[in-house]
Design a protein around this ligand. Structure first.
Ligand SMILES: NC(=O)c1ccc[n+]([C@@H]2O[C@H](COP(=O)([O-])OP(=O)(O)OC[C@H]3O[C@@H](n4cnc5c(N)ncnc54)[C@H](OP(=O)(O)O)[C@@H]3O)[C@@H](O)[C@H]2O)c1
Length: 339
């Protein structure tokens, strides 16, 4: 298969001037995309789909210090077809995806018509997923899958009781609920959105709990042990409450900081109940675990609700509205960018 590589490609470029972050869609010379010494064995990918993750919003709006250098093309994931390869593991026409590894942070990312990345970062598209599905899942779903893998390795069992998911209507939350429910777990969705019960139950949640109805500020070192596992996207009091509410020898996975990056809690859940607090890093996940997680997502964990209620499709020119909704915590589900 031969793909013509044009001289320039459209891309969401993030730059900095006078301490202010600016992001705009530009025409970027393909020869300049993803350059640098690490790319002697680089692979050029014609991007078919990317997606919008919370970190992309932080990078593009300056809401967090995400970019290691400027200017950099945003986008922490992307999927497409190999157009040119100096790496013997990949040939033109191969369908592949990339997520994490510094993409859209210290290296030009997936929000561009073409990417150029080292072969070591590339995951062949797992059997059972289309390119579109792989980005409907994207880094959000990958992180949910990685949390599930880590929890299964650390005591998560179906017969132990419900699994809690916070930030439930967001990208990570929606996919975590979908995957866990599809695997047969009882899922309790914890959300701030009063009107989201229909959506969350449609994904497979058996209970929907409005976060403000829980007294998380109580200073009790141990709450009633009610969860067999938990996936947290918020941090702070919510994560502390989940840790204090986990059953003995059950795992809690920390994925996000949508509320705060801080955590102040008690050690009693760890030293009296044997609770495990597990970290999830989609950026720095080692490649064997990354490939295994993607294969699990395409197989045993496969989400079953990647339709229109969870996933919307936009173009590069429509991202301002997506970033704005995400900043306000109003986003529901996933946003795929189609090229
Ligand atoms: N560790 C990793 O590798 C990794 C990978 C991907 C994402 N993340 C992190 O995981 C988190 C979720 O990512 P996402 O892609 O799912 O984002 P998202 O789609 O924007 O969803 C975040 C959800 O969190 C809740 N929320 C947002 N702002 C909040 C606030 N100020 N206080 C309380 N709740 C708030 C909302 O859900 P409800 O209204 O339903 O509560 C929102 O829909 C982010 O912090 C992101 O940076 C980490």
């Amino acid at each position: 298969m031969s793909i013509t590589i044009p001289k320039s490609a459209r891309a969401l470029l993030v730059s900095e001037a006078d301490g202010k972050i600016r992001s705009e869609v530009v025409d970027r010379a393909v020869a300049e995309i993803g350059g640098g010494p690490e790319l002697e064995n680089g692979v050029v990918i014609k991007t078919a789909f990317s997606s919008i993750n919370y970190k992309d919003m932080l990078a593009a709006t300056g809401g967090g210090k995400i970019m290691a250098r400027f200017p950099t093309i945003a986008g922490i994931d992307g999927a497409g077809v190999v157009a040119e390869s100096n790496d013997s593991r990949f040939k033109p026409g191969d369908e592949v995806l990339v997520n994490g590894c510094g993409l859209g942070e210290r290296h030009d990312g997936g929000l561009a018509e073409f990417m150029r990345v080292p072969g070591d970062w590339i995951v062949p598209l797992p059997e059972g997923l289309s390119l579109q599905q792989s980005m409907a899942i994207g880094t959000a779903g990958f992180s949910a899958g990685l949390a599930i893998t880590r929890m299964l390795e650390n005591g998560l069992e179906k017969d132990n009781g419900p699994v809690a998911v916070t930030g439930a209507t967001g990208g990570v939350g929606s996919l975590a609920i979908d995957m866990l429910a599809s695997m047969g777990f009882e899922v309790h969705a914890i959300t701030s959105k009063q009107d989201s019960a229909g959506y969350l139950k449609g994904l497979g949640a058996s209970e929907v709990i409005i976060r403000s109805s829980i007294d998380m500020q109580g200073g009790s070192p141990l709450e009633k042990a009610r969860f067999a596992g938990a996936i947290d996207n918020l941090g702070g009091q919510t994560l502390s409450w989940l840790i204090r509410s986990a059953k003995p020898f059950c795992p809690v996975a920390s994925i996000g900081l949508a509320a705060t990056p801080k955590l102040d809690t008690f050690v009693f859940p760890f030293i009296l109940r044997g609770v495990s607090l597990l970290g999830v890093s989609s950026t720095n996940c080692p490649m064997p675990l990354r490939q295994k997680t993607w294969n699990n997502i395409a197989g045993d964990y496969k989400p079953t609700h990647l339709g229109k209620s969870m996933v919307r499709t936009v173009t590069l020119d429509q991202l301002d509205a997506v970033f704005s909704a995400m900043q306000k915590g109003r986003i529901v589900g996933r946003t795929v960018v189609k090229f």
